[in-house]
Design a protein around this ligand. Structure first.
Ligand SMILES: NC(=O)c1ccc[n+]([C@@H]2O[C@H](COP(=O)([O-])OP(=O)(O)OC[C@H]3O[C@@H](n4cnc5c(N)ncnc54)[C@H](OP(=O)(O)O)[C@@H]3O)[C@@H](O)[C@H]2O)c1
Length: 258
């Protein structure tokens, strides 16, 4: 365990990268607050966190709802009295062609990944100032290579990198460290949804697509949620304290530009 008492809030903790991060951070923090909508899946993560001897509190809420942020932060401070790290990982932006996407689908993506994370960070800011805490936003490598098939994802991820930078600037004054992480293709439920549309477009089954994709993307393999989780753990550790306002890509080399 890192500090005698240190508290991390992790959104998207019911599955995928968020769940892996919660389990990884249970080794470094004394308490983990788990946020997502699915209560049962959150409880499964909570059980694993507790098995690593950290406390766990599940907060089953929809981050698209404006009142969720207040409720999560109030609940955390009531139970644990402090916040040391906030990891904004939840995301479910529709992967629909730019020309097919409705306003409602576009706005729904913004409501969760961009606005949900923005509100939660603002709500947590006072406590983060008090602890000289850390924030990590998860965007995605699509931000660096927008295509019509995932224009909303790319746009929101680019906006998240900019938002993280804006928070980081304020954080220099307030003693809060803020960075963003852009994962590439990481094998999770969300990535499977991507393969479900990528596969037929390449005349492949989903399982064939999962095998074929790395070669087409110019990488050796897909990433694992645990690999992103290790990067997150580093970013919120004391070793990374001087790192702020950075946008870190972890994508197996998929993005070929510098
Ligand atoms: N996997 C990749 O290849 C990849 C690549 C680039 C970026 N990313 C980003 O990494 C993050 C995690 O992705 P993932 O692949 O781990 O996805 P995932 O397995 O689908 O997990 C998404 C998480 O977000 C939560 N969530 C979705 N809608 C929510 C809502 N309205 N309110 C609260 N929580 C909500 C989900 O929980 P509930 O359904 O229980 O609410 C789940 O815990 C996302 O922001 C994604 O854009 C992933």
């Amino acid at each position: 365990m890192g500090n005698a008492k240190s508290v991390a809030i992790i959104t998207g903790a019911s599955q995928g990268i968020g769940r892996a991060t919660a389990i990884r951070l249970a080794r470094d923090f004394s308490a983990i607050v788990l946020v997502a909508r699915d209560k049962d899946n959150l409880e499964t993560t909570a059980t694993e966190v507790r098995s690593l001897r950290a406390e766990a509190m599940a907060s089953a809420l929809d981050l698209r709802q404006p009142q969720s942020a207040k409720s999560i932060i109030e609940g955390t401070l009531e139970r644990f009295g402090r916040i040391d790290a906030l990891l904004n990982i939840a995301g479910a932006v529709p992967q629909i062609d730019l020309f097919q996407m409705t306003d409602a689908q576009w706005n729904d993506g913004m409501a969760l990944k961009l606005n949900g994370a923005r509100r939660l960070t603002i709500e947590a800011w006072g406590a983060l100032k008090a602890s000289n805490g850390s924030v990590v936003f998860v965007s995605g490598s699509a931000a660096f290579a927008p295509k019509p098939g995932y224009a909303a994802v790319a746009t929101i991820n680019a906006a998240i990198n900019a938002l993280a930078k804006a928070f980081a600037e304020q954080g220099i004054k307030d003693g809060v460290q803020v960075n963003s992480v852009s994962p590439g293709a990481v094998m999770t439920g969300r990535r499977r949804v991507f393969f479900e549309s990528w596969a037929p477009a390449h005349n492949l089954t989903v399982e064939e697509a999962i095998k074929k994709f790395p070669e087409q993307a110019g990488i050796t393999r897909l990433g694992k949620p645990e690999e992103i989780a290790d990067l997150m753990a580093y970013l919120v550790s004391t070793a990374a304290k001087w790192m702020t306002g950075s946008s870190v890509r972890m994508d197996g080399g998929e993005i070929k530009g510098i």
